[in-house]
Design a protein around this ligand. Structure first.
Ligand code: EPU
Length: 419
């Protein structure tokens, strides 16, 4: 089992290049099922989750090649057949459920293992299924599986009770071949949804409004393969911006889209972090005295839940009281317990965490409880006195490319060890 060891206290400097967004690439790989041809994903992040979804596609007989050297993924779904994906893979990664929409669109039926909950919440799939039902699919659940059957999907209006990212993506993909028009109301507005729509439209789909709260999909008969370069990872960018702030250093985060980072930029600015915005880069200067802030996670364009843990680490080092409210997932404060091992002063009250800044965090043995929690512990380790040893780092590898080397490049004292 591998661990990451961080020695705190080093100032960071230099430039860091951001990789492509994991949460764009996963639905895009699922969406390639609709092409019935060859797709190439360029500049793809070489991550565990990306390998898992590629294996899910293989398990329904798509051909996928991960070209690590050129950061490309080649997918051929022309010979894909109706089949059940490996339940082991579906349970390993919830995003595997994103093949539901494309598979039912192509084959008129699909059966897949129920994805189940995870460390951050129960994460039901009711909204995904509500959408498929509205398009005319008969959905049944039993023996740990969900099956959807529809001879022909028919376009319809779907109102989402909550703007779920995954449900929006699944319904959007299911509707690509549906008869007539589908309108998704109260859809999620995340940039990754816009990126998925761009990919599908390049293949011949007709999707309008992705990135807003109303998406219109006009059904087409077939799609073709395409080449796509996904957007950059706004959460990886945010994580490195926080790295500059938590080490009270100056770093440049390169390859970013300022528009997608607005809520993070706004919070860091409110705290007193100086941000110099370039064309596709941001210089983060955390050398001034920082102020506590309150944060409430919200669907995009609100503050992202995927940056909540990293901000908690930062606020632990800022004098004064900050309140963080998590409204997206019901159990996404597990990192607080680990940060407390490092001397943080955090009180959890339901969906809120009251963070009282301390003079110094202390290095400790901690556990990554999920992907972003793991990143938050690295950040806390960078700002701590002594050594922090993080276990269960497989969570971190699911979503951050080569994280220790990226931090090393900025001058951090960090290494991966075999424990
Ligand atoms: N929800 C329902 N019913 C549903 C679907 C969702 O109640 O049918 C609830 C969930 O339980 C949750 C909330 O809605 O409380 C938001 O879930 P959403 O469906 O929006 O999330 P997701 O699609 O499962 C994606 C990202 C997550 C990110 C969330 C929120 C991917 C592959 N995953 O998950 O990313 O936190 O949106 O922005 O895109 C991460 O990268 O660390 C990560 C967890």
């Amino acid at each position: 089992m591998e661990k990451i060891v961080v020695k705190g206290g080093s100032k960071l400097s230099g430039k860091i290049k951001i990789s492509a967004a994991k949460n764009s690439v996963l639905p895009i790989i699922a969406g390639s099922i609709l092409s019935g041809g060859r797709c190439v994903i360029e500049n793809a992040p070489m991550l565990e989750d990306v390998f898992v979804i590629s294996d899910v596609l293989k398990s329904v007989s798509a051909e996928t090649v991960i070209d690590k050297e050129n950061s490309r993924i080649l997918i051929d779904t022309s010979n894909i057949s109706y089949g059940e994906p490996s339940s082991e893979l579906v349970r390993k990664m919830r995003a595997s459920f994103l093949i539901m929409g494309p598979m039912i669109a192509r084959f008129g039926r699909f059966k897949i293992s129920l994805p189940g909950g995870c460390n951050i919440g129960t994460r039901p799939i009711d909204l995904h299924l509500k959408g498929l039902t509205a398009l005319g699919a008969e959905v049944s659940i039993g023996h740990g599986y969900v099956e959807a059957v529809a001879n022909r999907l028919i376009g319809n209006k779907v109102y989402l009770d909550f703007p779920s990212v995954g449900a929006t993506e699944n319904i959007m993909m299911a509707a690509v071949f549906a008869d007539g028009e589908t309108i998704i109301e109260n859809s999620a507005e995340e940039p990754e949804i816009e990126d998925l729509a761009k990919f599908l439209n390049n293949m011949g789909a007709i999707i309008e409004g992705a990135g807003t709260d109303t998406i219109k999909i006009t059904g087409v008969k077939s799609l073709r393969g395409t080449v796509h370069k996904p957007i950059c990872d706004r959460i990886e960018a945010g994580t490195f911006m926080v790295a500059g702030a938590i080490t009270r250093s100056k770093v440049e985060v390169v390859g970013v889209n300022e528009e997608h980072l607005k809520p993070i930029i706004a919070k860091l600015t409110e705290m007193g972090v100086s941000l110099e915005l370039g064309e596709d880069s941001i210089i983060v200067d955390g050398t001034k005295i920082l102020k506590p802030v309150d944060i409430k996670t919200m669907p995009y364009p609100g503050f992202p839940t995927d940056m909540q843990a990293q901000m908690m680490s930062l606020l632990c080092t800022v004098k004064g009281t900050s309140v963080i409210t998590e409204t997206i997932f019901e159990n996404r404060f597990m990192h607080a317990q680990e940060l407390k091992r490092m001397g943080a002063n955090i009180k959890i009250d339901g969906r809120s965490a009251v963070v009282e800044g301390v003079d110094m965090l202390t290095g400790s043995e901690v556990k990554a409880t999920d992907l972003r929690a793991g990143a938050a512990l690295i950040l806390a380790g960078l700002a701590s006195e002594g050594e922090t040893v993080i276990s269960d780092i497989y969570h971190i590898d699911r979503g951050y490319v080569d994280i220790e080397n990226k931090f090393k490049g900025l001058g951090a004292d960090i290494k991966r060890i075999e424990a």
